[in-house]
Design a protein around this ligand. Structure first.
Ligand SMILES: Cc1ncc(COP(=O)(O)O)c(C=O)c1O
Length: 512
């Protein structure tokens, strides 16, 4: 990465150094306008009507049959696939499949190449044309711009490959532990300021397979309703009881903690063995930040354990990139279980758990992800080690400041243009509400036509009424790239009427 990308003096860039953002003042969740809600329901109703008509035509053999057909239907089995989800996939998702799952043909850097594909049968199948589409990337979680094929990280990763090959061909607890695993765990523990850490080959499995190592039957898990599916799967596998609390709602959490202490297990009324509070640092669909100081207060008051998933905040938040603990400037030892992934800010793969030595020793013995999964690959570990080292250097500081600056600039402009933008003003995940299914599709296609690749998300990944585009900002984005994206959003947003905000004045970019 060249120096010009980070030419802005970092001293004037704001990263919440004054810790002034402990509550709702930095977050905005404007309610859905009534007309947008009505039009969205109407849009889905029309899609359903056409879906039923098409299904009728398919069943009557008038229209060529497409999609999954149950092979056991004639044998009298209960249908395997015929649920509302398959109706939705067949009749709604397939119509617009071109805006999802786009294959890429380059490094997921700030400017990247998408593989061009065409469909001759309305998105049921694709053929690749052999060409690529160059676009500015607002979809990858490359927050600090470490996903590169040249530079220190890439060189170290290649050297790691040359020294140790791709695989260790063994699990950590057998003969799969290499020098670089131990080096990474020590480096990470020092970086986070905790006693110990343990790393795993997959972020998703870090949640799904480690929650069962620390929670079990007789325990209660209180989970934020917006938690990632890997956490939900981990809770289910653990055998512990679990309840959700309203997103970032500390009153609801306290009420549930209180009830849990007073009533204990609902069947036996025995006290819960342990109570865990499970949250994320930055919520990847909402762009919101957990209320860490209040969570710590509550966990101390009710003697619960706090598990925080920092997948989207480690590296990207706080003035030293040490995540939400750094952002709120609280004592790291107040979070009992720190979890994070290396797929975002570190431009690599895998996940970690960090905290007290006794916790990590327990996980090392009881985690299936440690005992039964092959250990992390050398080039992947070297990429993380290099980016961790860089994070603590002036270069890392510049990237952290650049990301904060890009985030503030981009969010501010969107809000000032009158779009509804969710989340915290410091969050590098920037969701902008589109609502109507037709507008989601049109926005995505029109942005790509203007050279900007974006990720749009709708039901079932969001509530039916809250389809959105989710911009992921990166330190590698230059000011001209941000301006090009803002100009495209301004133009498309005007064409298809996306300025929904009733709190902010609607303005064109040129008038700001
Ligand atoms: C909050 C959260 N936790 C865990 C994961 C899983 O991490 P990975 O993609 O590294 O497997 C993700 C993935 O995006 C995530 O958003």
């Amino acid at each position: 990465m060249t120096g010009t990308l980070f030419s802005k003096a970092d001293k004037d860039i704001e990263i919440n150094k004054n810790n002034d953002c402990n509550d709702l003042q930095c977050e905005e969740f404007e309610e859905t306008p009534l007309y947008a809600a009505v039009l969205t329901y109407l849009g889905y109703a029309i899609l359903c009507l056409f879906g039923w008509l098409r299904d009728f035509l398919r069943q009557s053999n008038i229209e060529k049959k497409r999609g999954a057909v149950d092979p056991n239907a004639s044998l009298g089995f209960v249908p395997l696939y015929q649920s509302y989800e398959s109706f939705y996939t067949r009749n709604m998702y397939t119509r617009v499949r071109d805006i999802f799952n786009r294959p890429i043909a380059s490094v997921p850097g700030a400017q990247f190449e998408l593989t061009e594909r065409m469909s001759d049968d309305y998105n049921w199948t694709y053929r690749y044309t052999g060409k690529t589409i160059s676009a500015v990337n607002f979809g990858s979680y490359n927050y600090l711009g470490f996903a590169e094929r040249t530079g220190q990280c890439a060189t170290d990763a290649i050297n790691g490959l040359k020294s140790y090959a791709v695989s260790s061909c063994g699990t950590r607890s057998e003969i799969g532990t290499q020098r670089y695993h131990i080096e990474l765990e020590q480096l990470l523990a020092n970086f986070l300021g905790v006693e110990s850490s343990i790393v795993f080959g997959m972020g998703f499995a870090t949640n799904a397979l480690n929650l069962p190592a620390i929670a079990s039957k007789g325990d209660l898990i209180l989970s934020d309703e917006m938690n990632h599916v890997s956490l939900i799967i981990g809770m289910r596998i653990s055998g512990a009881s679990y309840q959700t609390f309203a997103h970032n709602d500390m009153n609801d959490l306290e009420a549930k903690l209180h009830a849990a202490i007073v009533h204990g297990h609902p069947r036996t009324n025995r006290p819960w063995k342990k109570i865990f509070i499970v949250v994320e640092g930055v919520y990847s669909m909402e762009g919101s930040i957990c209320r860490l100081p209040q969570l710590i207060e509550l966990k101390k008051k009710y003697k619960a354990y706090l598990y925080m998933d920092e997948a989207h905040s480690i590296g990207a938040m706080g003035k030293n990139g040490r995540g939400i603990v750094d952002y709120f400037n609280v004592d790291v030892n107040d979070v009992d279980i720190l979890m994070g992934t290396f797929t975002k800010s570190f431009g690599s793969a895998g996940g970690y758990i960090a905290g007290r030595k006794s916790l990590i020793d327990h996980i090392r013995i009881h985690s299936h992800a440690n005992t039964y999964a092959s250990s992390m690959s050398a080039p992947i570990v070297q990429q993380i080690i290099s980016s961790l080292r860089l994070l603590s250097s002036p270069e890392g500081e510049k990237r952290i400041c650049q990301l904060a600056d890009n985030t503030r600039y981009f969010r501010r402009k969107l809000v000032d243009m009158g779009f509804i933008v969710y989340g915290n003003k410091y969050s590098p995940v920037v969701p902008m509400l589109l609502y109507l299914p037709a507008r989601v599709t049109r926005f995505n296609r029109e942005m790509l036509r203007r050279g900007i690749a974006v990720v749009t998300v709708g039901f079932p990944a969001t509530k039916l009424l809250e389809a959105r585009v989710r911009f992921c900002l990166s330190a590698a984005h230059t000011r001209p790239m941000l301006d090009a994206a803002l100009a495209a959003i301004d133009e498309v947003g005007t064409d298809i009427r996306l300025r929904y905000s009733s709190r902010h004045v609607h303005r064109r970019l040129k008038d700001l």
